[in-house]
Design a binder for this molecule. Structure first.
Ligand SMILES: Nc1ncnc2c1ncn2[C@@H]1O[C@H](COP(=O)(O)OP(=O)(O)O)[C@@H](O)[C@H]1O
Ligand SMILES: CC(=O)OP(=O)(O)O
Ligand SMILES: [Mg+2]
Length: 403
């Protein structure tokens, strides 16, 4: 154990809306010393699935009403006598943080200073489920490891290549000029990793490929990647736009805000909170924001759970169709994140709308979970793939690059 302290160990914290993923990576040996996921934060039955290097994963049960508790569980797990991989936090040389919204200020990764923290705070309104959680992670590390350098890697960075026709809203242009009110897009670190991995997996040059990446987790977005560059994506100024998500509505008629404010006697802030926290899969199903709960309900014949899944898949398929048009063609549809990697039924239903494009699924191959797999039928004209995302490794590389 002591030997590891002399090497460059990077801790990566990836706060999602309902999860905290982490990896402790030794960059010299390119070795993951420990990784894990705290799941269902703030929902119920929170737990951490912790995998120390060379050992079986262990499940640590705990109360995790918010991300602060989750960060503490991660740190305890890393130094624990039983399941830990380091003696103390001194063995960590740097921390890489996922930061979801960087606004117009951050087009690339940056070393975290007090000024950066203030700038990230000012973007919190634009990513209310994420930036506050990211800041909790940063703050916890500052307290526990005050002298360890930290780097922020932004979800928005990969989408900076979008052309203006993709990111401009049809609002008075003055708002773009005044406020930089535009589409930013999120999950960029994941979309980039997955698109490049997909090209490598298919033995093709990404420069010659038109790829649609479907990042389907609790937060979900679709990205059109043309020649390795993001040219459009479904999330917008905030991570509320686009697909139906765990608790987020995705696209709705903007007139609904005023309608609901009046009918339900709510402020705009309260209505926006409903769209962020009480809508989506949770809102329609009235069961849960977690697709595993939905799958169980569907298996028991719950019609509304089945309808929720139909609404979710239909929306994803419409975006894939739109992006095939945006790129004037499509070579591959790639699925990733919690659902995209694990839920074959969701992949299958989405693909069923896309046969007109040349998508043709091998249902047997589509039974895979969490492995890289081409599940296209041999007659398919468009490849369909599962590529597990690895935002943490991307964040670790960026962190090492900046330090
Ligand atoms: N092993 C699994 N089997 C089926 N569904 C899963 C599995 N793991 C995660 N999911 C689903 O993926 C979603 C969470 O995805 P994830 O990418 O972890 O979300 P986020 O990072 O946005 O918190 C949940 O709806 C969950 O039901
Ligand atoms: C941006 C976003 O929605 O992230 P996550 O899917 O991790 O919640
Ligand atoms: Mg995520």
């Amino acid at each position: 154990m002591a030997e590891e302290t002399r090497k460059l160990n990077i801790l990566v914290l990836n706060c999602g809306s309902s999860s905290l993923k982490y990896q402790l990576i030794n960059m010299e040996e390119k070795k993951v010393l420990a990784k894990g996921i705290c799941e269902r934060i703030g929902i119920n039955d929170s737990q951490i699935k912790h995998t120390p290097i060379g050992k079986e994963a262990v499940i640590i049960k705990g109360d995790m009403p918010d991300h602060k508790n989750a960060v503490q569980y991660v740190i305890d797990a890393l130094v624990s006598k039983e399941h830990g991989v380091i003696d103390s936090m001194d063995a960590i040389n740097a921390v890489g943080h996922r930061i979801v919204h960087g606004g117009e200020e951050f087009a690339s990764s940056t070393v975290i200073t007090d000024e950066v923290i203030e700038a990230v705070k000012t973007c919190s309104d634009l990513a209310p489920l994420h930036n506050p959680a990211n800041l909790i992670g940063i703050d916890a590390c500052k307290q526990i490891m005050p002298n360890i350098p930290m780097v922020g890697v932004f979800d928005t960075a990969f989408h900076q290549t979008m052309p203006k026709k993709s990111y401009l809203y049809a609002l008075p242009y003055a708002y773009y000029r005044k406020y930089k009110l535009r589409r930013y897009g999120f999950h960029g670190t994941s979309h980039k990793y997955v698109a490049y991995r997909a090209a490598e997996f298919l033995n093709r040059d990404i420069k010659d490929m038109k790829i649609v990446v479907c990042h389907l987790g609790n937060g979900a977005s679709v990205c059109a990647v043309d020649g390795g560059k993001s040219v459009d994506t479904s999330m917008g100024l905030t991570p509320l736009e686009g697909l139906v998500m765990g608790t987020r509505s995705g696209d709705i008629d903007p007139a609904i805000l005023q309608f609901l404010a009046e009918k339900e006697n709510k402020t705009l802030e309260e209505v926006t909170s409903v769209l962020n926290k009480e809508s989506g899969v949770l809102g329609i199903s009235e069961i849960s924001s977690d697709f595993r709960d939905l799958e169980n309900a569907i298996a028991q014949g719950d019609k509304k759970a089945a309808l929720t899944m139909n609404v979710f898949c239909y929306r994803v398929a419409k975006y894939v169709g739109a992006y095939a048009a945006a790129m004037n063609g499509i070579d591959a549809v790639v699925f990733t994140a919690g659902l995209g990697e694990n839920n074959g039924a969701v992949r299958s239903e989405i693909c069923s709308y896309l046969t007109f494009l040349g998508v043709n699924v091998d249902e047997e191959a589509n039974k895979c979970r969490s492995i890289e797999r081409d599940f296209s039928h041999e007659d398919a004209r468009v490849r369909t793939l599962v590529i597990p995302t690895d935002e943490e490794m991307m964040i670790a590389r960026e962190t090492a690059k900046l330090l």
